[in-house]
Design a binder for this molecule. Sequence first.
Ligand SMILES: NCc1[nH]cc(CCC(=O)O)c1CC(=O)O
Length: 319
Amino acid sequence: MTLLLPTPDAPLKIGTRGSPLALAQAHETRDRLAAAFGLAPEVFEIVVIKTSGDDAALIAADRPLKEIGNKGLFTKEIEEALLAGRIDIAVHSMKDMPVAQPEGLVLDCNLPREDVRDGFVSETVRRIAELPPGAVVGTSSLRRRAQLLHRRPDLKVVEFRGNVQTRLKKLSEGVASCTFLAMAGLNRLGRSDVPATPIEPDDMLPAIAQGAIGIERRGNDARVAEMLEAIHDAVTGQRLAAERALLAALDGSCETPIAGLAEIEGTTLRLRGQVLRPDGSAAISDERSCAVADGAAMGREMAAHLLKEAGPGFFAWRG
Ligand SMILES: NCc1[nH]cc(CCC(=O)O)c1CC(=O)O
């Protein structure tokens, strides 16, 4: 059976959030699909969907996301549109995706991964070590906060949220001396003007799935499944399988400071993982290697090891 390709009259609908980064990722997906099938961009329609996470009233800028309850905050409305058939695929940052999808939806297509590193962003200093004692750091990420405080307990961390543009504005207003942004986001936005220094994973292990884009579809949509197969990056998929297995076995939510990174060289997959106490007073790390196909199993084994080392109560907030 030949694949029924989209046409200008019956376009394939690509659902996305409306932030500049989300739109850049949706356009990259459209361009890759168009190139893979020799189609004009017009046969794809980008449908912007507002999510609860984009609701300024709900998301008061100084309220930690974990207090609002972030499960599916940025994905619920998009997944509803996908299930209802208002869109055909949804483009996501894999870093923001829960480890399991709602019944009827499948998340098994990945674009080639971007830079996985965090960027240290400051207009005054070039690296964390140069920050003066007691300097103010802006981040809303529990992981980055704990990793920083682990290294530099003297630093003061303030809540820093919003899209890349908002955070940079806060920085130039002097709300904090530095912030952290994923290099992937800056690269995808073409923001080489931003004063960001990449931090090597040995110094700050990135979030699980950082830099990766995932494309979600209805499980019963064979036509879309076949189209997505043409743009799926298998190596990115194998890396994410190991990282997300680690995350799933540790804690499926993003309310605990967890970092992880899988890399593949030849037939070997190397996985690094880290869990931290939220206040940065303790960190436990592990590193293992295995055959590429065994990444998910190794991720689960690493999770069991880290949890055993951590002991009960490790993730509890301490006053
Ligand atoms: N949680 C927000 C988010 N989700 C994905 C990215 C960046 C792009 C990526 O990691 O793929 C960001 C912003 C950031 O951490 O700087």
